[in-house]
Ligand binder design. Structure first.
Ligand code: SAH
Ligand code: NI
Length: 455
């Protein structure tokens, strides 16, 4: 059997040297890596080893011998335990530096571009209570419908009513809806037995409009007393404009099932972003931090230096927020998006805002881009805002064929962005700037914009 420098349950004093991508403290014992919850760089701590694996292990802090000057002492440990706010023990200015360094790291290690300047992260004045959406699991604990959040890497519910990073009106709505459902005798879903009724309560709220959508994720199609329940919810929460039953019958970790049934009101909410109005359906993507999304898009649009004659492509367009925010400045916008409902939202959103120079296509960005290249559509500026896995190589290929002057890359995963930037660099595109924007304060998630210019 292979031996390691530490064994399970051993207690040892260590100095934390680094913070992992997920926000865990890193310590080394004779070169062996240990990940430690709630421990910050510079701290000297006595730890107990919880788990020893072939490459690294996990430990927890028993005593703090020396604490970091950057520690935020005011936090609730449930926020770390559940992974809701895994950086909340670090003060906010240090969180912003941490994110800038994450981007610098991938630009050095993944893109092999150590000389690119990464600007200081744009942060929030009030870095909490910002989430405009919540997806809250429901369980039965001691006979009561209970809401909270799962403990990290488990499905053990930690009961919770103050979620810290969600808009407080959403926290209040969850408690109100939960208590109404409890009053009607609604049963919680039980994962192990795969029986019961209510799985999740999902809330979406317009940051400016204050409109709310409540989605009840339910294991069954039949929903007795739905009318009475809706009446009680809208009476208690007058800002609710939409109540949707989502049916999820599967034994799965995926929150939403395939079928949505509107129980009350309209199938969407509306909100404003950079002065335009957007319709947002249950299934469409919408940035969860409205104020910082405005910062992000503003920066990206200004950095693009758009001209009236420009043709712009908005790839991975969602409900159209980026393209419609800049449509007034350019000749034409083409958007593409794979979720049909989001494409319909984007078309409606163009109409609501009186925008006539935006065209939206449903389909995979890779496919649509090839079609554009074949049809000879010539874009001067291409915006991309892909999901975490980044761009497909053939998307980059078709984009380069089109010879745009600029590519504006918006990313929620710096590692795949760095990989893609290196591919663009091989085809003659140079990085002008990289700007991280903090859309997810108190968490380890990093969003950034990079402007690539044709040499
Ligand atoms: N730009 C939008 C959406 C960004 S999120 C906004 O800022 O709100 C990424 C979007 O890409 C999602 O709407 C997702 O549905 C879509 N998507 C994922 N894979 C895709 C693909 N292969 N082709 C086109 N769109 C895709
Ligand atoms: Ni991550």
């Amino acid at each position: 059997m292979k031996t390691y420098p530490v064994v399970k349950n051993q207690e040892v004093e260590v100095t934390i040297t680094d913070l992992s991508h997920e926000g865990m403290g890193i310590a080394k014992v004779d070169g062996y890596l240990l990940f430690v919850d709630n421990a910050l760089p510079g701290e000297v701590v006595e730890i107990k080893v919880l788990k020893v694996g072939p490459k690294f292990g996990f430990a927890k802090v028993m005593h703090y011998i020396e604490k970091s000057a950057h520690r935020n002492e005011e936090i609730n440990e449930d926020l770390l335990r559940t992974g809701i706010a895994p950086l909340s023990h670090l003060d906010y200015p240090s969180q912003l530096v941490f994110k800038q360094e994450q981007v610098e790291n991938v630009m050095r290690k993944v893109a092999k571009m150590p000389d690119v300047t990464v600007l200081p992260t744009i942060g929030m004045d009030e870095p909490f209570g910002y989430r405009n959406k919540a997806q809250i699991p429901v369980q039965r604990i001691q006979g009561e419908l209970t809401t909270g959040f799962y403990r990290k890497h488990s499905h053990t519910l930690v009961p919770m009513e103050d979620f810290f990073i969600q808009e407080k009106e959403i926290d209040e709505a969850i408690v109100t809806v939960r208590d109404i459902l409890q009053g009607f005798g609604v049963k919680a879903y039980n994962e192990e037995a795969h029986e019961g009724f209510l799985r999740h309560i999902v809330v979406r709220r317009g940051h400016y409009s204050e409109e709310m959508m409540i989605v009840l994720v339910i294991k069954k199609t039949k929903f007795f007393q739905a009318d009475k329940i809706c009446a009680a919810i809208t009476k208690a929460l007058p800002k609710v404009v939409s109540i949707v039953q989502n049916v999820n019958e599967e034994k799965t970790n995926v929150i939403l099932g395939p079928v949505n049934r509107v129980l009350f009101g309209k199938p969407y909410i509306e909100d404003q972003l950079l002065g335009k109005t957007y319709r947002i359906s249950a299934r469409s993507f919408y940035q969860i931090n409205t104020v910082q999304a405005e910062e992000l898009y503003n920066y990206a649009i200004n950095a693009a230096g758009l001209k009236e004659t420009d043709t712009v492509i908005d790839a991975y367009s969602g409900i159209g927020t980026i393209g419609l925010s800049l449509a007034d400045k350019v000749h034409h916008v083409y958007g593409m998006e794979v979720v049909e409902e989001a494409v319909e939202d984007a078309r409606t959103n163009a109409e609501i805002n009186g925008i006539e120079n935006a065209t939206y296509l449903a389909g995979k960005a890779e496919k649509v881009m090839q079609q554009f290249a074949r049809e000879g559509i010539q874009a001067n500026v291409v915006f991309v805002d892909p999901p975490r896995k980044g761009l497909e190589a053939n998307f980059i290929e078709s984009t380069v064929q089109m010879k745009p002057e600029k590519v504006v890359y918006i990313s929620c995963n710096p590692a795949t962005m760095a990989r893609d930037i290196a591919l663009f660099a091989d085809k003659g595109y140079k990085v002008k700037t990289i700007q991280p924007v903090d859309l997810f304060p108190q968490t380890h998630h990093v969003e950034c914009v990079s402007v690539l210019v044709k040499k």
